[in-house]
Structures are given as C-alpha cells and as structure tokens.
Design a protein around this ligand. Sequence first.
Ligand SMILES: CC/C=C\C=C\CC(=O)SCCNC(=O)CCNC(=O)[C@H](O)C(C)(C)COP(=O)(O)OP(=O)(O)OC[C@H]1O[C@@H](n2cnc3c(N)ncnc32)[C@H](O)[C@@H]1OP(=O)(O)O
Length: 278
Amino acid sequence: MKNYDHLAVVKLAPFVTNVQLNRPQQRNALNGNLWQEIGDCFNFLASDPDTRVVIISGNGRAFCAGLDLKDSQDIIQPPNPDSADDPARRSRRFREKIISYQNSFRAIEECPKPVIAAIHGACIGGGIDLIAACDIRVAAGDSTFCVKEVDIGMAADTGSLNRLPKICGNESWVREIALTARRFGETEALQHDLVSKVYDNREDMMKGVQKMAEIIASKSPVAIQGTKIVLNYARDHTIQDSLNFVANWNMSQLITEDVPKAAMAVFQKQPQPNFAKL
Ligand SMILES: CC/C=C\C=C\CC(=O)SCCNC(=O)CCNC(=O)[C@H](O)C(C)(C)COP(=O)(O)OP(=O)(O)OC[C@H]1O[C@@H](n2cnc3c(N)ncnc32)[C@H](O)[C@@H]1OP(=O)(O)O
C-alpha cells in the first residue's frame, strides 16, 4: 500500500480496508494534496485484490471540515486577472481544477468495492460531497452536518447538489439544507435517509461498520462488485436500460465458480466458502 501525507490506510480485517482522513489538527479539511490523495487511493483500491470493502472515516475530532479555507487560494481567489491568459483561458483552467476535485470523489463512487462512510463530529461542505459518493453512510451520536457552500458564496460543485436528491427521500428538505446552510444532527440525517444507521458513539460505530464490512467481505467478490456496479447503473438509467445492462453484465459474470460454490454452501446450511481474489 502506498504511503500518503494526509491519509492513513489501515487493514482492519482480511479484505477490509480503512481509509482514514488524517489531518486531525485541521479537522481533516480538504487541501489540494488531500483531495488528490483521495482520488489516487480509491483508484488503487479499485483493483487491489486484497480489498473487498472500504471504510472511510476521519481521525481526530471531526470527520471532515470541508474545503481547507486557509490552503485553497486557487479556489477561493478568482483566477488572477494579471496572468497572461485571457478570461476564457483562465476559466478553462479553473474548470479543469473543479473537475479534478470532482474526479477524486467519482473515484469513490466508481470504485467497484463498496465504500462505507463512518461519520463522527463535523461533516461540512466538501465532507458532504465526499459522503454522498459513498455507498453506505452511518453516523455516530455526536455528528453535525452542513451543506455549507452558499455561506462561502458558491454553489456546491463536487457532488452534494447532484447526488443528495438521489439519496434523500425528501427533495424539499435537500433544497432547504442546501439553500440555508443550516447545521443538523445525525437524527435528522437519519430521518431523511442521508445516513442509514446511527450509533451511540464513535467506538460503537467503528465496531458496527467493521462487522458490516466483514459480512460484505465474506461474500463472493464477483457478486458484491457486480451488485454495486448494477445499482450505480440503475440509479442513472431507466429500469429497462438497467435490466438490459444487468443481462449483459451477468452473461459473463454468472459463469463464475463462485455461483456453484456459494449456492452449495447455502443449500448445505454452511457458512460462505472462501472465494478467489478478484
Ligand atoms: C472546487 C471547490 C470544491 C469544494 C468546495 C467546498 C466548499 C466547502 O467545503 S464550504 C465548507 C468550508 N468549511 C467550513 O466552513 C468549516 C469551518 N470549520 C468549522 O466550522 C469548525 O472548525 C468545525 C469543523 C465545526 C470544527 O470545530 P472545532 O472542533 O471547534 O475546531 P476549531 O477550533 O474550529 O478548528 C480547529 C482547527 O482546524 C482549523 N479548521 C477547521 N476547519 C477548517 C477549514 N475548513 N479549513 C481550514 N482549517 C480549518 C481551524 O482553523 C483550527 O486551526 P488552528 O490552527 O488550530 O486555529
């Protein structure tokens, strides 16, 4: 596993990898380096045969304080009008920057391994963009969420506005929290489907997500990765298109040794067998 400046990557159990945001003094605020490391790390984990599930969590008192407001001059300051480039060219460079930040979180969404966000403390602005790209979100009892971007004068552009309407059952609520930038806690997040489970505290949450991850990791990686890929496709397409997609997907993926192995274990009331790495 690569070493990172602002991420700690730890194996919690066989096939279960924990990616920890690791700038605790800055409440895991996202500077350019951390943003890039998240993309690199998830691109690596996507094809790491020793990872079947990823848990993403934050070290220190917060999950993530969002954009690093002290170390993101390239985002907070408009493109320098004194540069040799004209406004069109400056804008294009700026767009590339936004897209590269979007791509870091897209690497989480497109990683074929399920990603569980374990949230505690503050999860603000870019932190919400990040968790919206994860498959499963759970929170500890001390969590505070905020879609903060309008308070710093911008429309969120790395995923919250695009993904939250598909995650949360109540679009009126999504618009309210995005337009007011008000803070809310884990109970409200649970009520509106932003998270699927709330634990009393961070310790219980980390035990709970590890157990959940171990269950997922015990199953056929062909089945688990196929399930994530098909669910992602289904979210963005019509039912008929996604039925066609899964038929095409499974015409190769059903020809796996995992199906007879797993089915036999179920039939014989045995635990899941060991599956070859993928
Ligand atoms: C292309 C653009 C892409 C993305 C854009 C995203 C936009 C956003 O993310 S908007 C959201 C920006 N973030 C915030 O507004 C959060 C600001 N921080 C806080 O509200 C609080 O710090 C807290 C996260 C609720 C944590 O509170 P607490 O535990 O009391 O810690 P503090 O004493 O406030 O902070 C400790 C330490 O961390 C530094 N820090 C906190 N947040 C940030 C941040 N976002 N950027 C940079 N630094 C941050 C804070 O300054 C303190 O540093 P010291 O050096 O110890 O003073």
